[in-house]
Write a protein that binds this ligand. Structure first.
Ligand SMILES: [Zn+2]
Length: 144
C-alpha cells in the first residue's frame, strides 16, 4: 500500500515500511529497526499512521505504516495465536481425561489396599487374642 501523507510533505514516502526490530515481526509496531519507539501520527485527512521517532535520513527505510494495516496484521497474528491456543486446549482436555482415569485407578487401588490392611489388622488382632488365650491357658495349667 502506498504511503502518502500531506502533513509529512518534507519527506517522500514510496510505501509502507515494516522494518521493525526482530525478523518477521508484523502487526502493531512498538519499535523501529533502529531501536527507537514509534509514534502514531495523523494526516491532514485524519488517516493515522505509525512512524519512527528517529532520524529518517540515514539511507535506510525506517518504519512508516498505516494504522489500519497494523491493526489488520495484529488481528491476523491474534487469530493465528488463538488457533494455537485452541489446539493446546484440546491437548489439555485429552490429558485431563487421562488424568481422571489415573485418579480413578488410584482410588480403586486405595480401596484394595484398605481392605488388605483391614484384613491384616483383623488377623493381627486375632493372633494377639489367641496368644493371650494360650498364655492364660498355659498359666492356668501351670498353677493347677
Ligand atoms: Zn527508526
Amino acid at each position: 500500500m502506498t504511503f502518502s501523507c500531506n502533513s509529512e510533505t518534507s519527506i517522500s514516502y514510496s510505501g509502507s515500511y515494516r522494518s521493525y526490530l526482530g525478523h518477521g515481526r508484523v502487526a502493531i509496531p512498538r519499535k523501529c529497526r533502529c531501536g527507537l519507539n514509534v509514534d502514531l501520527r495523523t494526516c491532514d485527512d485524519g488517516r493515522r499512521f505509525y512512524v519512527c521517532k528517529g532520524d529518517t535520513m540515514d539511507g535506510e527505510p525506517h518504519l512508516r505504516m498505516w494504522l489500519e494495516e497494523a491493526i489488520l496484521e495484529e488481528l491476523g497474528e491474534l487469530k493465528d495465536g488463538l488457533a494455537g491456543v485452541s489446539t493446546q486446549v484440546q491437548y489439555l482436555s485429552v490429558s485431563c481425561g487421562r488424568l481422571e482415569g489415573i485418579v480413578s485407578d488410584i482410588e480403586v487401588l486405595k480401596g484394595i489396599i484398605k481392605k488388605r490392611d483391614d484384613r491384616a489388622g483383623y488377623e493381627f488382632k486375632m493372633a494377639v487374642a489367641f496368644g493371650i488365650i494360650a498364655s492364660i491357658v498355659a498359666l492356668t495349667a501351670l498353677f493347677n
